[in-house]
Design a protein around this ligand. Structure first.
Ligand SMILES: *Cc1c(COP(=O)(O)O)cnc(C)c1O
Length: 409
């Protein structure tokens, strides 16, 4: 049998029927159908509050919309954060529809001309990913008579140790290699664009607190060096993010208070060119991941050659990451529970499989849970980030699951 990941603190100590934002899992499924994603807004607000309490005053917090673009959630989090970072014209349109003027930046490789134009028209900062993109943005700005706001995304010559996804220190489709950045900054200023600063994102889903501290200090130092070589002070430096959350057995949370203390020291030591620079951290997963639960009902309980399978009405078409097919090398089990039997004795060895005709559709592999029967609800935790929109929902043509933001005013 294989271990399961740690259930997030807000749910871990519950007994009996799982409750999310004051309602039972059965009530959520009765109200919205199965499967359903429930996002507890109070959990998201609590993470924002933790950030504010532990990070140096003045460091801005941005929400990376792609982690969970569910519109009520984005609308709920927007007033709590200082900016929304988008990665497509679709996300940009979603944000502009309700919050024109909210500080927003647009990153991502392969921005098309229509996307650049939408950003320039809206006055959104483009985190440019190449020299070519700078030229196209400037041509578009000249045609529109609007100076584009450009920040340079840097492909740093450093890498976030222990991060699930490494983004720096090597050849990369993301950002401009650090050594080419100063010349590009001078060209941006010379061409009359509005120079907004640097965006330096060194990795994602890091649980190693010391590695995050080291990377942030190195990022502040790199920004200072690039500013000097560019001979232009950056109005803003986006330090990336990368704070991870525990998903698997043995994972432990990042120590944000230590990160905050160390970042304050790194900022105290920052280069003279960064004296008036505003710093931002952009987070997705850490803000919203633990607040989401995916609820799915058992449709069948079957035996095959000595193993028991709980077949549920959901699957990897909604929650790809839990099946181990989204950015993990070794398949490990997400935290999972029988929603009606929280805290009960676990004595039933089962695999939880989805309803798709592929052996990949396995939401929990050979785990021990309290006994579940047909009709019981299974809860898959850590469903608040990179869930529905990071899954192949069109695969096999099952209906879309409901999503609900619970507890927002
Ligand atoms: C995806 C992304 C993020 C968010 O990463 P998380 O691991 O969800 O915090 C932040 N910045 C950039 C540039 C991204 O592409």
């Amino acid at each position: 049998m294989k271990p399961i990941g740690p259930i997030p603190p807000a749910f871990a100590d519950q007994r009996g029927m799982l409750r999310i934002a004051g309602r039972s899992a059965e009530e959520w499924v009765a109200a919205y159908g199965s499967p359903v994603f429930v996002y507890d807004f109070s959990g998201i607000a609590a993470q924002v509050a933790r950030f504010r309490a532990t990070m140096p005053a003045g460091v801005r917090l941005h929400y990376a919309v792609k982690a969970n673009p569910y519109a009520p959630l984005v609308r709920g989090i927007a007033p709590l954060v200082d900016g929304l970072d988008v990665a497509s014209a679709g996300e940009l349109a979603e944000v502009l529809a309700f919050k024109p003027g909210h500080a927003t930046s647009f990153a991502g490789p392969g921005k098309r001309d229509v996307e650049l134009e939408a950003a320039v028209r809206a006055g959104v900062t483009l985190n440019v990913e190449s020299e070519n993109e700078v030229r196209r943005a400037i041509v578009i700005g000249e045609r529109l008579g609007i100076a584009p706001r450009l920040a340079v995304r840097v492909n740093p010559d450093l890498e976030l140790r222990g991060s699930g996804m490494k983004m720096g220190g090597r050849a990369s489709p993301f950002g401009v290699d650090a050594e080419r950045v100063p010349a590009l900054v001078r060209a941006i200023v010379a061409d009359g664009a509005e120079w907004r600063g640097f965006h330096i994102f060194a990795g994602s889903q890091a649980l190693d607190t010391d590695a995050l501290i080291e990377t942030q200090a190195a990022t502040v130092a790199l920004a200072g060096r690039l500013a000097e070589e560019s001979r232009h002070a950056p109005p803003m430096v986006n330090l990336g993010g990368g704070f991870g959350i525990p998903h698997f057995a043995g994972d432990t949370p990042v120590h944000v208070a230590r990160i905050g203390t160390a970042l304050a020291e790194a900022l105290d030591r920052r280069g003279a060119m960064l004296g008036d620079t505003v710093f931002a951290i952009e987070l997705g997963r850490w803000l919203v991941g633990e607040a989401g639960v995916y609820l799915t009902r058992v449709v069948d309980r079957k035996e095959s050659r000595g193993e028991t399978f709980l077949v549920v009405d959901g699957g990897l078409h909604h929650q790809l990451a839990a099946s181990g097919n989204f950015g993990t090398v070794v398949r490990r089990n997400y935290p999972v529970a029988v929603a009606g039997r929280m805290g009960a004795v676990a004595d039933d060895a089962v695999s939880v499989v989805g309803c798709l005709c592929t052996p990949l559709d396995r939401l929990a592999d050979r785990v021990v849970l309290p006994r579940a029967e047909v009709g019981d609800v299974i809860a898959i935790f850590i469903a608040g980030a990179y869930g529905l929109t990071a899954s192949p929902s069109a695969f096999l043509g099952h209906p879309a699951p409901a999503e609900v933001l619970a507890g927002a005013s």
